[in-house]
Design a protein around this ligand. Structure first.
Ligand SMILES: Cc1ncc(COP(=O)(O)O)c(C=O)c1O
Length: 378
């Protein structure tokens, strides 16, 4: 059998035409047409205060940490079941990371655990929408609003583009949210990201942070007659090559999502029998949620069985990986943070989860993956 990769980036529309346009016109410079067009697409999609394209979700998270004025002594609450970037962004500014357990059904921050983790030093809560499934933002917002100090909610929506809840895109209820367009994401350009701003107070400073701490944007908007260094900042602006490719993908976001949903549904139906046998459980998607089919995972009954499945699928040339290793017990997590509670759900989920191959068009070969999984687990 030829190799079935876990993911691949598939051209969906005008990506190559747009990239060719950049190369042939030589307009590689930042702040070009394609970056603006991507930002307009995102701003409209989210009905956001603004959207700023970045070179990665990591960049956008680091900008969120700067917007929150994080410094030593501040605490930031986040799941342990996430990527290192969620934590790094705040650790880089000296924060203490407070790792909190996840809900066993959604695999997202458990608000009950978050409520226990809040102290008078909490400055930011960082919910992560695992597999694109939205966090309980109503409960998290209530926790933030009930604290005596201001708490920012910076949602790591790296996996959530095109997912929505009650018709509103996932990410709109946070002060800021961050997106990834890394190769593994639904809409991808190799490396890319965005900061979505939903709270006006963060808008002006976000431009400055992304432009190396200068007010260059205000200069280009004609608001000032020269620009200078006014704040800390980073170099987050992506090149026009990247933005051009991304625009081709964004314009086809609905089609890409539908193709992934087709595959997701095929996996979901086929693996019902594993659930009825008690061997594995499938993802749960609330009725109010439009699933962006970022990921199809199974939670196996044991770590041994999960590892056997990964190994034997690999022997059959099918790449189906595990996911996050908990941050609270990772070497950097032990140095830079602390855990609230026993983190039992995080540990269990991390040791039993496997992800199925997923990309735009995977529905064509999903049958081969399903046959292999069912045979191995028979
Ligand atoms: C939850 C989460 N946050 C952040 C990131 C980092 O994204 P990027 O690679 O765009 O920096 C990832 C990467 O997969 C992720 O899964």
């Amino acid at each position: 059998m030829s190799k079935i990769p876990f993911n691949k980036c598939v051209n969906a529309g005008n990506e190559l035409d747009y990239v060719t346009d950049v190369v042939s016109t030589g307009r590689f410079g930042v702040d070009g047409t394609y970056k603006s067009r991507c930002e307009t697409w995102l701003k409209d999609h989210y009905d956001a205060t603004d959207a700023i394209l970045t070179q990665s979700c990591t960049d956008a998270l680091e900008m969120a940490a700067m917007l929150a004025n994080i410094g030593p002594g501040d605490e930031v609450i986040m799941p342990s079941f996430t990527f290192s970037s969620t934590a790094n962004a705040f650790a880089l500014r000296g924060a203490t990371l407070v790792f909190t357990d996840i809900d066993p059904v959604t695999l997202n921050l458990d608000p009950k655990e978050v409520a226990k983790a809040v102290t008078d030093k909490t400055k930011v809560i960082v919910p992560v929408d695992y597999a694109g499934h939205p966090c309980d933002m109503v409960a998290l917002r209530e926790i933030a609003d009930n604290a005596p100090q201001d708490i920012m909610i910076a949602e790591d929506a790296a996996q959530a583009l095109m997912a929505s809840e009650n018709g509103r895109p996932v990410g709109v209820h946070a002060d800021v949210s961050t997106l990834s367009f890394h190769n593994t994401k639904n809409i991808a350009c190799g490396e890319g990201g965005a900061l979505i701003i939903n709270n006006e107070i963060y808008k002006k400073r976000s431009y400055i942070l992304s432009e190396k701490g200068t007010n260059r944007k205000a200069f280009f908007l004609g608001e000032i007659d020269k620009y200078s260094w006014v704040d800390i900042g980073t170099s987050a602006v992506p090149s026009e090559m990247t933005s051009a490719y991304l625009l081709g993908q964004l314009e086809k976001a609905d089609e890409i999502t539908l193709s992934r949903r087709k595959a997701w549904d095929i996996y979901y139906d086929a693996f019902a029998k594993l659930e009825s046998r008690g061997v594995a459980r499938r993802p749960v998607v609330n009725n109010s949620v439009y699933n962006n089919a970022h990921m199809f995972y199974l939670l196996l009954e044991s770590n041994e069985l999960r590892n056997k499945l990964i190994r034997e699928l690999r022997d059959r040339n099918i790449s189906a990986p595990f996911h996050y290793i908990p941050l609270h017990s990772a070497p950097a997590g032990l140095k830079l943070g602390r855990a609230t509670g026993n983190m039992a759900v995080t540990d269990k989920v991390s040791s039993t989860l496997i992800r199925m191959p997923m990309w735009n068009g995977v529905d064509q070969i999903a049958g081969q993956v399903i046959d292999a999984v069912l045979e191995i687990l028979d």
